[in-house]
Design a protein around this ligand. Structure first.
Ligand code: NDP
Length: 327
């Protein structure tokens, strides 16, 4: 038996509870992992609370991230005792995920734990941090170098935002954060932002095009915020869009694209090809200051993930939440 958060949906409604599960119930897969840590991402919050249609099969163990040790394997790339991590691939949505003491997975989804990180640190990064790195890689691919100008990061006190600010500042970029929590300005500056702007300056309908300021941007918010970020991006600047914390809509005009040559780059972490994931994790090992990770991280036990999920979606959680599944 092992402990897991289980999401069920039936005539009694939608609910998440901590359960004891028999190992024989684990799904198909060629690698069994003894999980040490998982995390709570925005998507896990949607799954646990049922506030968004994330879960595609019931019953479901949520958790899009996990780290642990291989306990059984039929996959040629992995041996018993290997330290591995997993982000995405629909795990925690359509295949049992990481908010459990055990997981059975497709070996193709796994990434060897980078030697620079402990399991706890890898989950402090998690999908949020790996997505932040994918955004940074996209900016670099489009030649946004530190000398080009300021980079805007929205939702800066959240998971993706906190890691994005940390990486970009370490790489020498001038970073401006956007946050709805003025009380977190000092926190965001401690991660490396030079300035923090109030969320309200971006969150309602703005002009199709406005004064140019950003060489690049990492947007986790979507909706009017993303439209306003595009409208204030400099000539030939790059906006990476990875989130919908403010809404799934995109009420924008084409003006920034056709008058300023702005490029909007979509970022998806879930089905991102393995080769790019490995690059992202290598770069995290090099370009993320692990002392900043301590500032970013809160740690909780498995049972606490259920109340924490609502707080996360309400924008009340700062940085990243690591889950010690054995606590
Ligand atoms: P968090 O909840 O940790 O952070 C989101 C932050 O967005 C909040 O902390 C808050 O920052 C800001 N925010 C919240 N609500 C609103 C709102 N209504 N309007 C404006 N800003 C808001 O989530 P994550 O960092 O884990 O994820 C952020 C987004 O990125 C989510 O939408 C998530 O689904 C998406 N995502 C996408 C991935 C992909 O593959 N494309 C992968 C990972 C995440 P503050 O208080 O500073 O304003």
């Amino acid at each position: 038996m092992f402990k897991a958060i289980m999401i069920e949906k039936d005539e009694s409604g939608y609910r998440a509870t901590l359960k004891d599960v028999d190992e024989s119930q684990l799904p198909e897969g060629d690698v069994t992992v003894r999980v040490s840590h998982s995390t709570l991402n925005y998507k896990d919050g949607l799954a646990i609370t049922g506030r968004g249609p994330v879960v595609r099969k019931f019953p479901m163990v949520p958790g899009v991230d996990l780290v642990g040790t291989v306990e059984g394997t039929r996959h040629p790339a992995y041996s018993v005792g290997d330290a591995v991590l997993l982000n995405g691939w629909g795990v925690g949505e359509g295949h049992w995920g990481g908010l459990a003491q055990k997981a059975r997975l497709n070996g193709e989804w796994l990434v060897p734990l980078p030697p620079q990180f402990t399991g706890q640190q890898a989950m402090a990064i998690g999908t949020a941090g790996y997505t932040a790195m994918l955004c940074v890689l996209a900016l670099e691919r489009c030649d946004v170098t530190p000398d080009k100008g300021e980079i805007l990061v929205t939702g800066a006190a959240g998971g993706v935002g906190s890691v994005a600010v940390s990486i970009l500042s370490k790489l020498g970029y001038t970073v401006v954060g956007v946050s709805g929590r003025v009380e977190e300005s000092d926190y965001i500056k401690s991660l490396g932002a030079s300035e923090v702007l109030e969320r309200s300056a971006f969150s309602s309908a703005g002009k199709p095009i406005a004064r140019e300021r950003w060489a690049g941007a990492v947007d986790v918010v979507g909706s009017h915020t993303l439209a306003n970020v595009c409208a204030t991006t400099k000539y030939r600047g790059i906006v990476t869009a990875c989130g919908l914390a403010g809404g799934m809509d995109f009420p924008a005009s084409v003006a920034p694209f056709i008058l300023r040559g702005v490029t909007l780059v979509g970022i998806d972490s879930v089905m991102c090809p393995s080769a790019e994931r490995l690059v992202a994790w290598q770069r995290l090992g090099r370009d993320l200051d692990t002392s900043k990770l301590n500032l970013i991280t809160n740690e909780i036990g498995l049972a606490e993930t259920i109340p924490m999920a609502s707080r996360l979606l309400d924008g009340l959680v700062r940085g990243r939440v690591v889950v010690d599944v054995n606590a």
